[in-house]
Design a protein around this ligand. Structure first.
Ligand code: SF4
Length: 299
């Protein structure tokens, strides 16, 4: 399949590019209508080049720890606009380093909830793979359960699920869509996908101090998850403005890691990439908008 990324997506212009000390590069792309903008982030995982890309502008899921969730929802990106982000990052990296060949992985975890734009995303993923722009496409979701059926026939090599809590009250507080798709339904649907497709599933667990990092949380997490079905990633959080949340201390990460390992889980701690770049999804877009706003006010 080869979709047409022109004309609308080919007119994407680079509005901002920033470099992190960890080697990450963050891009803010402007869309042809001059209103919409989206982010992509380049970084390496285990030495392999990857890019985190966006599927929507704004997001209706409204996670309290996410900058994108606070932004006005301007809609879905087209398949072409999703593909174009990968093409543009590949072009940029080749220009920076003539030895650079291509990205290894497209990580669909930037701005937006990917499963709310699943049809365009699947079309984009097939194109990226068939056109050899990347080797793998992975996707991260907050758990939009009706779309899981469409994952059964899809090109994704890994699905990551943002679990982030072990009880429904806490998860609904963090991820309001949990009210509609509670933990027990999420886990039953994930199990069905895992067993019917063999698609590797990672349970992401952002750790917040005093919110979801107690010994009781660890015990519940072990009770909820089956180590034969899921890997677990304990994730450090990129702080955003106007929130009372703080990331858990390192000691809690270590306690969770040891507890899960002791129960046979494949578990890792994922320290935040690009923290100094505002690399949490939606953060660069918000910063640039604030800067433009400030410039207008001082003009
Ligand atoms: S974390 Fe993802 S799903 Fe949640 S509000 Fe942000 S972009 Fe949307």
């Amino acid at each position: 399949m080869n979709i047409n990324v022109a004309p609308q997506a080919s007119n994407m212009v680079l509005l901002n590019k920033s470099f992190g000390q960890d080697g990450s590069v963050k891009f803010l792309w402007g869309m042809p209508d001059e209103v919409k903008s989206v982010e992509s982030v380049y970084f390496t995982i285990n030495g392999k080049p990857a890019a985190c890309i966006s599927t929507q502008i704004g997001c209706t899921v409204g996670c309290v720890f996410c900058e994108t969730g606070k932004q006005k929802v301007l809609g879905n990106l087209s398949a072409g606009e999703i593909v174009r982000q990968i093409a543009a990052v590949n072009d940029d990296r080749r220009a920076a380093d003539p030895g650079f060949k291509k990205l290894d992985t497209a990580i669909v975890a930037g701005m937006g909830e990917p499963l709310l734009n699943i049809d365009a995303l699947k079309e984009a993923a097939y194109t990226m793979l068939e056109d050899e722009m990347v080797e793998h496409v992975t996707v991260t979701t907050s758990g939009i359960l009706p779309a899981f059926e469409k994952l059964k026939e899809s090109p994704f090599s890994i699905l990551s699920i943002s679990l982030h809590a072990t009880d429904n009250d806490t998860r609904t507080r963090l991820i309001p869509i949990n009210k509609k798709y509670p933990i027990e339904d999420l886990l039953a649907t994930a199990r069905d996908l895992r067993e019917s497709t063999d698609m590797p599933i990672i349970m992401n667990y952002l750790m917040f101090d005093g919110v979801n990092d107690s010994d009781a949380d660890l015990e519940r997490l072990i009770g909820l998850l089956d180590p034969s079905l899921y890997r677990v990633k304990l994730k450090q959080w990129n702080t955003i403005d106007e929130t009372e949340l703080t990331s858990s201390p390192l000691e809690r990460f270590k306690t969770f890691e040891a507890g899960l390992k002791g129960e046979g889980f494949d578990v890792s701690i994922d320290y935040s990439m690009g923290v100094e770049l505002d690399a949490g999804c939606g953060q660069l877009r918000s910063r640039v908008r604030e800067m433009r706003h400030a410039r207008k006010e001082t003009a």
